[in-house]
Design a protein around this ligand. Structure first.
Ligand SMILES: Nc1ncnc2c1ncn2[C@@H]1O[C@H](COP(=O)(O)OP(=O)(O)OP(=O)(O)O)[C@@H](O)[C@H]1O
Length: 272
C-alpha cells in the first residue's frame, strides 16, 4: 500500500530524516515515537508532501507521490489527511463550517468563502460529527470547545476528505489525559471501522503501546525500531530515546490514574 524508500530530508548539514525505509502493506494503526527533534514531524510532512524530500521515494499503490505536481499533488494530500497538535481550526467559525472546510480541495474558493456548501455535504459533516460524539456542538464556535473536542472536530474535517491515511502529528500533545484518551479512541475506531491507516507521532510510550498495532522508533532522523508493542521493551525504548539507566517510562506517561495514586513524576528535559 504505502512504501517509504530511503527517504532523506536535509536542512543544511542536518539530516532531519536520514535514509528512512518502511512499508505498510495493509491498513494499520502505527505510532511513531522518538525524542524531540528525532524527525517524526518531518517524516509525516514529507509523506503528505507539505515538505519535499531531499532524496528517496514514497510509493502509494505503485505511484511515486514524491513527484506529483498541481492537481495530482492536492489529490494525494486529500487522501492522506493531516491533523495537528494545535488542531488548526478557524476559532471564530462554527464547528460544522470548520468540518466543511475539509472539502476545500473540491470546491471553488468563492463557494468556500461564502459558506455555500451543498446540502449533501452538510449532512455528511453532521453524520461524521455524530460519529465522533460531537453533533450537539455543530452550531458552536470552535473556540468555545475544549481541546479534545476541537481535536475531534479536526478529525471530522479530515474525514470529510475520505482519506485512505490519516497522518496525526502529536494529536494529543496539548490535551489532558481524559481528552487524550477520547481522541486516541476516536482514531482507533476510525482505523478499525473504516479500514483507514493511521500514522501518528506520539510522545508517550504507553499511548503507542495501548492503541497501535505497530510502533516505529526514530532517533536522530533514523528508524531504529520497527515492531509490535510487545517488542517495545523498556530497553528498546531507552535506546530509541537515547536515555541512560535512569530512564523512566513514567516520564512519558499519560495514563489516567487516581490523583492519590499519581507517583512523583520525574520529567526528563527532552520530554518536557
Ligand atoms: N524547517 C526547518 N528548517 C530547519 N531545520 C528544521 C526544520 N524543520 C525541522 N528541522 C530540524 O529537523 C530535525 C527534526 O525535526 P522534527 O520537527 O521533524 O522532529 P520531531 O521528532 O517531530 O520533534 P518534536 O517532537 O519536537 O516535534 C530537528 O533537528 C529540527 O530542528
Amino acid at each position: 500500500m504505502l512504501t517509504v524508500e530511503n527517504l532523506t530530508k536535509r536542512f543544511g548539514a542536518n539530516a532531519a530524516v536520514d535514509n528512512a525505509s518502511f512499508s505498510i502493506d495493509r491498513p494499520a494503526m502505527i505510532g511513531v515515537i522518538g525524542r524531540s527533534g528525532a524527525g517524526k514531524s518531518t517524516l509525516l510532512r514529507m509523506i503528505n508532501r507539505l515538505t519535499d524530500a531531499t532524496t528517496g521515494r514514497i510509493l502509494f499503490e505503485g505511484t511515486d507521490v514524491t513527484t506529483l505536481r498541481g492537481k495530482d499533488r492536492r489529490a494525494w494530500q486529500a487522501s492522506c489527511a493531516m491533523i495537528f497538535q494545535q488542531f488548526n481550526l478557524v476559532p471564530r467559525m462554527d464547528v460544522v463550517s470548520n468540518v466543511l472546510h475539509g472539502t476545500l480541495g473540491k470546491r471553488s474558493t468563492l463557494t468556500t468563502v461564502f459558506n455555500l456548501f451543498p446540502k449533501s455535504d452538510i449532512h455528511q459533516a453532521i453524520d461524521i460529527l455524530d460519529r465522533l460524539g460531537m453533533a450537539d456542538h455543530a452550531p458552536k464556535r470552535a473556540e468555545a470547545l475544549s481541546g479534545g473536542q476541537q481535536q475531534r472536530v479536526a478529525i471530522a474535517r479530515a474525514l470529510m476528505q475520505d482519506p485512505r491515511i490519516i497522518l496525526a502529528d502529536e494529536p494529543i500533545a496539548s490535551l489532558d489525559p481524559m481528552n487524550a484518551q477520547t481522541v486516541m479512541e476516536a482514531l482507533r475506531r476510525i482505523h478499525e471501522e473504516d479500514g483507514r491507516t493511521v500514522l501518528a507521532n506520539l510522545h508517550t510510550l504507553d499511548t503507542a503501546r495501548r492503541y497501535c498495532d505497530r510502533v516505529i522508533g526514530m532517533r536522530d532522523g533514523r528508524i531504529v525500531f520497527d515492531g509490535t508493542p510487545e517488542q517495545l521493551t523498556t530497553g528498546v525504548a531507552r535506546d530509541i530515546y537515547g536515555a541512560g539507566d535512569d530512564f523512566s517510562e513514567a516520564a512519558t506517561s499519560t495514563e489516567i490514574r487516581e490523583p492519590a495514586l499519581v507517583p512523583p513524576k520525574v520529567v526528563l528535559p527532552e520530554f518536557a
